[in-house]
Design a protein around this ligand. Sequence first.
Ligand code: ASP
Length: 342
Amino acid sequence: MNKYRSKILLVYTGGTIGMIKDYETGALKAFNFDELLNRIPELSHLDCEIQTVSFETPMDSSNMNPEHWIRIADIIEDSYSDFDGFVVLHGSDTMSYTASAMSFMLENLGKPVIFTGSQLPIGDIRTDAKENLITSIEIASLRKNGRPVIQEVCLYFEYKLYRGNRTTKISADHFQAFASLNFPPLAESGVHLKVNEDQLLRSGRKKFKVHRDLDPSIALVKLFPGINKTAVRAMVMTDDIKAVVIETYGAGNAPTDQWFSDLVKEAVSSGKFLVNVTQCSGGSVMMGHYETSSHLKKAGVISGKNITTEAALTKLMYLLGSGVGPKVFRTIFETSLRGEMD
Ligand code: ASP
């Protein structure tokens, strides 16, 4: 009997993995995808069939925006039934945002969507690109009982597979560029590939659905001691801002200054959704645990629990875009939709 060979679609959006040095300026710039593939002859030795599709103009991920996310979602939807898994090559700078957004946009995913990239270009002698790419493809090809092992949006980097919407970029130069501080890795690659099966998401047999309506009428306010009242008001009370993530201290704490409490109350009563996310890399918001968060709870601020800022921002775009009404907004935000919070 013939062994099943997985079909994987490799989606190239850009990023360092496929860049070369412009010798005139010394800056890294994106280059042609076919050239990228030529540099990894090992791909032809993998026991799966790989097809590729590339953004017309590969980009540095600092230029990513929701329109590009829709393009990635379109590519996946258009080829969903023809492939067993998807590997998306993406710049590491905003990879956690794209992976988080994609987790909300792709509902009832039954196949792997693995984001990966690298810190050094694929042509560099010390590159981390080959391991990241090859293992991502292997993970996307894993099957058990005739079904893909991974059925969610993930990010693979430096020997670890993470749930995409739990990650944050933590280093601009270490090969270990990402962390998932509030959730364990889904798989680790050593001599053996160890999958943490208990933690994997399963959507059952529900129909795969793509959500494209994202509403970016949101803002992010990171608190710091001495933060300026006029600046906070300008960001929070602007008319076309419908929701704001407030990055607070520790377990969700914020100043109890009258101007700040009044502004929070005014924003919530004017219909804006305020979400409390901690600026700590790990741990959870617990509003009411300290006096310095009780005023936020009383004003009706939504708890981001242990969500990352990346996932909170993209979840807001998704929920606002889906037209979730004010009565249920808090409950839905505080519920884990794609394993993004506990
Ligand atoms: N600036 C690059 C990008 O995010 C960095 C990388 O690819 O790792 O596109």
